[in-house]
Design a protein around this ligand. Structure first.
Ligand SMILES: [Zn+2]
Length: 572
């Protein structure tokens, strides 16, 4: 038997008829129809990436053309006659397989030309299978073209290539062209399951999907990975075995990494990277794994992961818990940033996940309310006074805190599921210190904005300056008086208390800094006044408009500028 253990499965499971070729039904059916209706060309061109069934299909086609069980070509070769058996074994004298990479000279092709004139010795057709045909030299292509222009009645060429763009158009135009596809996860999983059952190997569904995913659409890769894993694990394959054999990073490492990110524990994050490097794992693979992981968190956050993630229950539970601690906007931002990082490694996965993140963001557009609508509502509160059209300055602190990530003109209003899942006891609470209080405060503002947008916006204007026992000390810039009064409202105090105890392990309340409104970095009044207007509105007009307290508040909350002034009907 074969010496190379890695070839055993692929050889043993090589499809012997059109029906058993996995994932290329569009091709096998067309070929069978052509045979049945007697429309057999002299040249076939099989295009597609490596390891997805081109050579296998070429051999089956050769059997179909030369099988002795029928009086002519048959869509169902018998597999028992001499021709079928010698073709399957690669020893038929009328079916010649040539590697285009090593026989690429004009002499090689001339020899083919001379030989093909000879009548097949014991078959209907003389068949040349030229693999990697794009590797032929141009004189060789010219010689081949001459043969294809006037092929003898008994000649059939099956040309296969992974790079169709390197095959001259003159050749392509003489061939029937067949484009092989990369094979879907479902088909590969089904094939692997059949093999495992026949080999008497047990394997969890999760492990099976992990192999299929790693094969990335290639049948041969799937089989050789499976072969490797069987020789490593024997008769029982678990999810974690697959990770070991493939050199992937175990997802418990990802869980740890995420928790360290949530805790803003930089030392722990760097230690994890160190561990990965020391363990000899490939960093680009690690980035891909992180990306895949965050993609799964996104799935946990937005859908029921059961049908979408083929993973062990304990991993799904851990991911749900971690996903619950990130806001949706944060997750999307993280996925996009890691996809950006992974792009340097030219990854298909990065592109797919960036696309998915965009789709999820777009499908959440309904929760984004345009700034005009928000302003309209705020101004309506002022009972028909003067209304102002405000152009928000880009990148306001508010936009940062509630995560209006995409369009600066949109205010993201968190949807219900935007708020981290409120499962008591599940959330990991962070101990807030002066070192991490800024980040912690941002999360407090984010979570609060899911319950009261106004409160969230107000909190985003506050800057934590100290931690004293169970109290976080806040400072508001002078122009944010209204934010302060917003925070001081009883209802909002209650929400804030809840949020603090959900997110932190040591802070239960907040108080304003003794310095009160005098923030160190608050802009001076003149600086503040400078940008109040833009467009056709003069500073003078803008200042007049700002005397309306509602307008002033809108400008303040959105840190905007007045670009137009319209007088409402209610104003005499
Ligand atoms: Zn046969």
């Amino acid at each position: 038997m074969a010496k190379d253990p890695y070839l055993v499965l692929a050889r043993k499971w090589r499809p012997q008829n059109f029906e058993s070729v996995v994932g290329q039904e569009h091709i096998t059916r067309t070929l069978q129809n052509a045979i049945v209706s007697g429309r057999i060309g002299h040249a076939f061109l099989f295009i597609g990436s490596r390891g997805i069934g081109k050579t296998t299909t070429a051999r089956i086609l050769a059997k179909a053309l030369n099988c002795e069980s029928a009086s002519g070509p048959t869509p169902a070769p018998c597999d028992t006659c001499d021709n079928c058996r010698t073709i399957a074994a690669g020893t038929s004298i009328d079916v010649i397989e040539i590697d285009g990479a090593s026989n690429n000279g004009v002499e090689d092709v001339r020899q083919i030309r001379d030989n093909i004139r000879l009548v097949p010795s014991r078959s209907r057709y003389k068949i040349y299978v030229i693999d990697e045909v794009h590797q032929l030299s141009s004189p060789a292509f010219n010689a081949l073209l001459k043969t294809l222009e006037e092929p003898p009645e008994h000649a059939v060429f099956i040309l296969a290539t992974t790079e169709a763009h390197k095959v001259p158009a003159t050749i392509i135009s003489r061939c029937q062209r067949y484009d092989f596809r990369r094979v879907g996860m479902e088909s590969i999983s089904k094939l692997l399951r059949n093999i495992l059952d026949a080999e008497g190997v047990t394997c969890s569904d999760e492990a099976l999907y992990a192999i299929a995913r790693a094969a990335d659409g290639g049948i041969r890769d799937a089989e050789s990975i499976l072969e490797q894993i069987i020789s490593y694990c024997g008769k029982q394959i678990t999810f974690h075995d697959v990770f070991d054999v493939l050199g992937l990073v175990d997802w418990t490492v990802m869980h740890r990494l995420c928790r360290a990110m949530l805790d803003q524990d930089i030392a722990a994050q760097l230690r994890i990277v160190e561990d990965v490097v020391v363990a000899g794992k490939d960093l680009s693979q690690f980035v891909q794994d992180i990306l895949q992981y965050f993609r799964n968190l996104l799935v946990c956050k937005t859908s029921d992961p059961a049908g979408l993630l083929a993973l062990p229950d304990e991993d799904i539970a851990a991911m749900k818990e971690i996903a619950g601690q990130f806001t949706l906007t944060t997750l999307i931002r993280l996925v996009e940033q890691f996809a950006e990082l992974a792009k340097d490694f030219d990854s298909q996965l990065a592109q797919r996940i960036a696309l998915e993140a965009l789709l999820i963001r777009l499908s959440k557009v309904s929760v984004e309310v345009s700034v005009d609508t928000v302003l309209e509502k705020l101004v309506q509160l002022g009972a028909g006074g003067m209304s102002a059209v405000v152009d928000p300055a880009p990148r306001t602190p508010m936009a940062k805190s509630v995560g209006a990530a995409a369009a600066p003109l949109q205010v993201a209003v968190p949807a219900e599921d935007e708020a981290p899942d409120a499962e008591p006891g599940v959330r990991r609470r962070v101990r807030v210190t002066t070192a991490n209080m800024e980040g912690a405060w941002q999360r407090v503002a984010e979570l609060a904005s899911g319950r009261s947008l106004k409160l969230g916006i107000a909190l985003a204007h506050a800057r934590p300056v100290a931690i004293e026992d169970d109290t976080i000390v806040l400072r508001f810039p002078e122009e944010q008086r209204s934010s302060l009064s917003q925070v001081e409202q009883r209802d909002n105090q209650n929400i804030l208390g809840e949020v603090l105890s959900e997110l932190t392990s040591n802070v239960t309340r907040c108080r304003m800094d003794a310095q009160g409104m005098a923030a160190v970095d608050a802009p001076q009044p003149d600086e503040r006044r400078a940008p109040v207007s833009a467009g056709t509105v003069s500073q003078e007009e803008a200042r007049t408009a700002l005397q309306d307290p509602h307008v002033a508040r809108v400008v303040e909350v959105f840190r905007g500028r007045i670009v137009d002034i319209k007088h409402g009907a209610a104003r005499e």
